[in-house]
Design a protein around this ligand. Structure first.
Ligand code: GLT
Ligand code: MN
Ligand code: MN
Length: 407
């Protein structure tokens, strides 16, 4: 039965066409998180729908698909109790061996500071012993990152906030949070010098709500302000890991949020996924909800030479089986990303978009500097805005290559 169903899945996936071979997929700086592939489908209202899988399974399957990089929380593979003991290094070394065997590299490490009961009052809790433990965990993740050859560390302070008002003093909590990042950067400078490696790029990731109701650093813009606040000892080592859906969740235009990170020189790492505006963190795979917006996001990133990782931080839906995670979910997500990236190149090279954009920038040669002449000189030209949007739609659906719908 399930063999027949797998055969059907494989046949229909192949019938979709448009998939890229693994060596083509490996040309892109795409990373697959351990936690995304291993997500068993659980949530507050949901029992798991998939069986547990190991890091060996995930790394082997990523390699087969052509996902070149792997990312992990410190606790995805190593139990919390084993962290900060000598025993952790056995697992780290085994992960390293497995990555090498399969030709993958570890791009990013992140510390789990939201799931375990020790973080009930966040990693910037009132109790000094909890903050001290947090600093040791963050510093330890830096060392694990160096051992695995990573270049990025990510921080998602999703518990930095509150459910009920009054108990948490915001400025104090933010100072304590900065102490943790400072501890990680200090350790990074020491470890990198000892190993002769470059320091990591430390990337802050915002989310406007979940699991706390009110979050102290809810958006990428709040993170930029925090980086520039003077609380960080090494603000030059700290940048952003925006997540596409986390910006949509507060109602932002993701492309504008990314533009603000770009002009600050802080767009270093990018979590790619999809979902709905002003709703919870559904972590749908890239391009399944907002392909047109995604195309425009990638036009922006391509035109600014973004060369950081694209991290597949999504969750395969609960209806997808263990088999489907690697047979359907990851390869199709990667392929939609590559297609959108290549289309973004087509938008940038499109003669119609280029000529229209240049004409807009040249302006309308007004007869005088009088306000009415400025309006008159640009009136017809400005219709090009809508024409550019139409052209980008055509590129999205392939009409620029002659695809027609005949009646
Ligand atoms: C968690 C969160 C993600 C973050 C991960 C990094 S943790 O899965 O939902 O958006 O990127 O810590
Ligand atoms: Mn994320
Ligand atoms: Mn998310």
């Amino acid at each position: 039965m399930s063999q027949q169903q797998r055969a059907l899945l494989d046949r229909l996936t192949a019938a979709c066409g448009g998939s890229y071979p693994p060596d083509v997929r490996r040309r892109y700086f795409i990373s697959g998180p351990q936690w995304a592939a291993a997500y068993p489908g659980h949530a507050l209202f949901h029992a798991p729908t998939r069986d547990p899988i190991t890091y060996q399974d995930v790394i082997r399957e990523y390699a087969r698909i052509g996902i070149p990089c792997w990312a992990t929380h410190d606790t995805d593979v190593i139990p919390t109790e084993t962290l900060l003991t000598d025993a952790q290094w056995e697992t780290v070394d085994d992960i390293k061996k497995t990555l090498e065997q399969h030709g993958l590299r570890c791009s990013m490490v992140t510390t789990e500071t939201f799931h375990h009961p020790v973080w009930a009052a966040s990693a910037a809790a009132e109790a000094p012993e909890v903050r001290d433990y947090a600093a040791r965990r963050l510093a330890n993740t830096v060392d694990i990152g160096h051992r695995l050859g990573a270049s990025y560390a990510v921080y998602w302070p999703g518990t930095l906030g509150y459910l009920v008002q009054g108990a948490v003093e915001e400025t104090q909590t933010l100072r304590w949070f900065a102490d943790g990042i400072n501890a990680a950067c200090r350790r990074d400078i020491e470890t990198a010098a000892r190993l002769g490696r470059p320091t990591l790029q430390h990337c802050l990731e915002a989310k406007p709500f979940e699991p706390q109701a009110e979050i102290l650093l809810p958006t990428s813009d709040a993170m930029l302000a925090f980086i520039a606040s003077g609380l960080l000892e090494h603000s030059e080592m700290v940048g952003l890991n925006p997540e596409y859906l986390h910006e949509l969740m507060w109602g932002a235009a993701p492309r504008a949020a990314l533009a603000r990170a770009l002009i600050a020189g802080k767009l270093w790492h990018f979590d790619i996924n999809d979902g709905y505006r002003l709703k919870h963190d559904v972590d749908i795979a890239i391009g399944l909800v907002n392909p047109l917006d995604w195309l425009n996001v990638l036009v922006l990133l391509r035109s600014h030479g973004y060369n950081g990782p694209f991290n597949l931080d999504y969750k395969p839906p609960r209806t997808t089986s263990n088999y489907g995670v690697f047979a359907v979910s990851f390869p199709t997500a990667v392929d939609r990303f590559i297609t959108l990236w290549e289309m973004a190149g087509e938008v940038l090279a499109d003669p119609i978009v280029t000529e229209a954009t240049n004409a807009l920038k040249a302006g309308g040669s007004p007869a005088s500097t009088h306000v009415n002449d400025l309006v008159a000189a640009n009136r017809e030209l400005l219709s090009l805005h809508e024409l550019i949007a139409h052209r980008i739609f055509q590129i999205l659906v392939g009409q620029h290559r002659g695809r027609v719908y005949s009646l």
